[in-house]
Design a binder for this molecule. Structure first.
Ligand SMILES: NC(=O)c1ccc[n+]([C@@H]2O[C@H](COP(=O)([O-])OP(=O)(O)OC[C@H]3O[C@@H](n4cnc5c(N)ncnc54)[C@H](OP(=O)(O)O)[C@@H]3O)[C@@H](O)[C@H]2O)c1
Length: 328
């Protein structure tokens, strides 16, 4: 089992959801303020804007940048490699880290094997997962050739996922924290402890939260479309939180999930679809169906062809007969 060809990510990254055209401005701005990690996904429908924005960056800086994208198309499980190529083309040929966006029921194991193929063939520098819980990772370890290098999931002071984080750390998996600012959720931003710590350090609540992520070794990927916030968020690398304050923030955990729960993310209908797709592929029913179809089509086609041939033949014969008659 491999996960030693480790890629070191910068301390924090730039989230791009839900921006689209705006990224043509915000990505270069983020890079100007020091971001060197950009997070996108095929289902944010913004990869082409990230790619377009990267065209404006000089080649030396571009070399320093790591781009993450994700596979989010369960109905295209069996062409995951093609999806990777499509994302990479949109991203101006810059796709370093590929993540499996969700543990898609019935499909994620097959998808992980395909992710491994991408990595082992050298098409990307690292692979990982998102929204995987301990139970998924334990199952994955049983069959994988390559361990995920990253797990990206929701994490912020009021929803910390400590057990999952410890499990990831024990298994050499780096944590990437999404919605690191809890999407400005009130329970988090209006919290008294966070506000008093912000006053103490003369920083904003957002900066205290992002610093807390970094003190713990998580990689936060805040998203912002405003230059002021982009600068503010990256301007946290010049101070440290005292252990006492880190522990006060640790104590704010209250199960306040603001995004999807991987266990309830998919509807019953979606799960049935995924299961059918898996069965169809295992039994190669799609191929059998195609064969049957062509078998049915073939006799029809040949009947038609022979009808046409005999029509033409009789036409020619009658033409020739009338020619012969007139010659006489
Ligand atoms: N893998 C997954 O399943 C998954 C799921 C969700 C998200 N993600 C990734 O994680 C990234 C970040 O997560 P997120 O967008 O959900 O939430 P977030 O980063 O916690 O919050 C983003 C919000 O915070 C605001 N903001 C940013 N900096 C601020 C500051 N200094 N002061 C005040 N407001 C500030 C932004 O508004 P402004 O634009 O006005 O600054 C935006 O509305 C996404 O962009 C995406 O790349 C991944």
């Amino acid at each position: 089992m491999e996960n030693e060809r480790k890629l070191n990510l910068p301390e924090m990254g730039f989230g791009t959801f839900p921006q689209k055209e705006k990224l043509l401005e915000s990505v270069p701005t983020a890079i100007k303020y020091g971001y060197r990690l950009i997070d996108t996904s095929d289902n944010y429908q913004n990869e082409e804007f990230v790619g377009e924005a990267l065209k404006k960056i000089d080649s030396e800086t571009l070399d320093e940048i790591t781009v993450i994208s994700k596979f989010s198309q369960p109905m295209r499980t069996y062409e995951l490699e093609k999806c990777f190529d499509e994302s990479k083309a949109k991203l101006n040929n810059k796709l370093n880290v590929y993540l499996l966006h969700w543990p898609f029921p019935f499909l994620w194991k097959e998808e992980w094997k395909r992710m491994e193929n991408l990595y082992l063939s050298g098409k990307c520098d690292a692979i990982g997962v998102c929204n995987f819980e301990e139970k998924h990772l334990k199952k994955l370890f049983k069959f994988c050739r390559v361990k995920p290098m990253f797990n990206q999931f929701e994490c912020h002071p009021t929803f910390q996922q400590k057990e999952l984080i410890n499990f990831c750390k024990d298994n050499g998996i780096t944590v990437i924290a999404y919605s690191p600012l809890a999407r400005l959720d009130k329970k988090t931003f209006a919290n008294e402890t966070l506000n008093s710590i912000a006053q103490k350090y003369n920083k904003t609540v957002g900066q205290i939260i992002l610093r807390w992520h970094i003190e713990h070794g998580y990689k936060p990927i805040p998203s912002s479309s405003s230059e002021k916030h982009i600068a503010e968020n990256h301007g946290i690398l010049d101070f440290r939180l005292e252990q006492y304050d880190i522990e006060r923030i640790d104590a704010l955990e209250c199960g306040n999930r603001v995004r999807f729960n991987p266990n309830t993310r998919f509807t019953f209908r979606q799960k049935v679809k995924f299961l059918l797709l898996r069965i169809i592929n295992i039994l190669k029913i799609d191929k059998i169906l195609l064969d049957i179809k062509s078998m049915i089509k073939y006799p029809q086609a040949s009947k038609q062809a022979s009808k046409q041939a005999s029509k033409q033949a009789s036409k020619q014969a009658s033409k020739q007969a009338s020619k012969q008659a007139s010659n006489k």
